[in-house]
Design a protein around this ligand. Structure first.
Ligand code: C5P
Length: 433
């Protein structure tokens, strides 16, 4: 989708459909996932999904229908999950011969991927003539969630019977994931493909994330800005955007609608996040101004250039052989965070603003002073050289009460903690900014 935003020039807005920004090592640690496969060509993606779940720290127990075993062998799934696969309710390995009870009681979630049209129709009627449907029916409704990743031909997906079944399954408590769009194994093009493994993993992680920002709109700036000198040169900095992107992902998983205003970075858009790409501080400022009016939280994680060249040459500035260097003059960029923090909504407590400080020394003193100077309730300090480009970091949180450290961890984990801290403060009764 391409939109023109006020004063920003031509902006590209993209909805993130991709996988994690950062590796989600151990995000599913301690979780026991029963991965059910039903008959469909998308079974090939279940192999990758199984691997991704294991890599994310989950214990995975695979259960397959007879039809699924026509598409991929239990041997493959056993090798990938590291556990014997169950395919029959008559499996003699269970001492009490009740695999459907034992497997469903151990699970933190049952994830059926792929979920065929036939299997969903079966679930809907509470039928239980083989292990997987039997297990779904026997699962404790209150404590073992059921997630379905549908996979089928586009006509089957759009058929009223399937759509009716999806709606009823949701009413019955199942969590039905989206389907993908595009070319299908049958050669047709449309809705109904199973999501990619990385997308299902993201949706599962989001499912387990407490919805501390449910119903909130969050705007985040991320990455560096680029201030052009001429058409081929410019001034920028080493910000990778990883922290801002991790925050966008964490906020989205916490239930927020997230708009991410990104400087020039080479990172995939977190799933479900609305991204606006900008280049200069002026563009970033305009994009923020145009959309921050709907937000309840604003997080300025971008490393915005303090100055830009006063003029921008239309043509490449050439070396003339004289040894003279071009005289560059600079002008200060608008302080986006400060401007937003001064707005009436922020001042009245309707918009919670969070700033970042990348320092090289005396972090506590600089971060404390910067929080007051920026006029924000929460400022997050970090040491620039040890965060730029890294996958992990150490943060110092500074608010009116004091300061404390979030010890070194992955940016993924730090972002989750920070989002929880922001939600706590933003929703605190009687809060003043
Ligand atoms: O003043 P300094 O650049 O150190 O402030 C850092 C904080 O202010 C960050 O949150 C950054 O995103 C924000 N900022 C901004 N606009 C600027 C400069 C910084 O939003 N022009």
């Amino acid at each position: 989708m391409v939109k023109r935003g006020a004063g920003v020039g031509k902006q590209t807005l993209t909805r993130g459909l991709e996988s994690a920004t950062l590796p989600c090592m151990n995000d599913l640690a301690g979780k026991h996932i029963v991965l059910g496969l039903t008959g469909g060509i998308a079974c090939y993606k279940a192999a990758e999904l199984c691997r991704a779940l294991v890599k994310a720290g989950a214990q995975v127990q695979v259960v397959m229908t007879e039809a699924a075993a026509q598409f991929i062998t239990p041997v493959t799934m056993q090798a990938l999950s590291g556990r014997p696969v169950y395919t029959s309710q008559w499996d003699g390995r269970e001492a009490n011969n009740m695999a459907h009870i034992n497997l469903s009681r151990e699970a933190d979630a049952i994830l059926i991927a792929p979920a065929s049209a036939d299997f969903m129709a079966k679930l809907l009627h509470g039928r239980a003539d083989e292990l997987l449907s039997l297990m779904c029916l026997a699962r404790p409704l209150a404590s073992v969630p059921l997630l379905l990743a549908p996979a089928m031909n586009r006509e089957m997906w759009s058929h009223p019977a399937t759509q009716r079944n999806v709606a009823q399954l949701q009413t019955d408590g199942a969590h039905v994931l989206d389907v993908g769009q595009g070319e299908q194994a049958c050669g047709e093009t449309g809705d109904g493909r199973m999501l990619e493994a990385s997308e299902i993993l993201e949706d599962l992680l989001a499912f387990f994330t407490p919805k501390v920002l449910s119903g909130q709109q969050v705007m985040i700036t991320a990455g560096p800005t680029y201030e052009a000198i001429d058409p081929v040169r410019g001034i920028t900095n080493l910000s990778s955007g990883k922290m801002g992107f991790a925050l966008a992902r964490a906020a989205q998983q916490a239930g927020a609608r997230v708009t991410l205003v990104a400087g020039p970075v080479n990172l995939p858009t977190p799933r479900g996040v609305l991204r606006m790409d900008v280049r200069s501080a002026i563009q970033m400022h305009a994009a923020v101004q145009a959309h921050v009016g709907q937000a309840q939280v604003f997080i300025a994680a971008a490393a915005v250039a303090d100055w830009r060249p006063l003029t921008q040459a239309d043509q490449k500035i050439k070396k003339d052989g004289s040894g003279d260097t071009p005289a560059l003059s600079f002008v200060e960029n608008p302080d986006i965070l400060w401007t937003v923090a001064q707005s009436e909504r922020a001042q009245k407590g309707h918009l919670f603003c969070v700033g970042f400080a990348a320092e090289s020394h005396d972090l506590l003193a600089h971060a404390t002073a910067k929080r007051v100077r920026k006029g924000v309730p929460l400022l997050v300090g970090n040491i620039g050289p040890s965060t730029f480009g890294q996958d992990d970091n150490t943060l110092l949180l500074v608010d009116a009460q004091g300061a404390w450290e979030l010890p070194r961890d992955s940016k993924t984990k730090l972002a989750q903690t920070l989002i929880a801290e922001i939600a706590k403060r933003q929703q605190a009764p009687g809060r003043v900014s």
